[in-house]
Design a protein. Sequence first.
Length: 106
Amino acid sequence: MSERYRLRYHPGATDDLFNIFTLIEDYAGTAIANRKFSEIERVTKSLVDFPYKAAPRDEVCQGLRIIPAAEEAVICFTIDEGDKSLLILAIGYAGSDWEARVKERR
């Protein structure tokens, strides 16, 4: 197996997760919010082994990759080969403008 990548979160991505959880909890309840959060977390953690499975989106931001999660979420990140790390820049949900957040945080 190849070397695993270290996972880092932009502070704004942490806020995204909190806001997504709150949004889902408000309209669908805590159990569903927990399930969606767990699915986003599962997909995010899987990237440490296979970061290149995510689609490149260089037209949005050079080096950006995205991967869907939890039916309506998209995880946006970059890969740093120098220190073998992934930086989660944004997590969008249900049509939110993740592209704008990525550009602000880059």
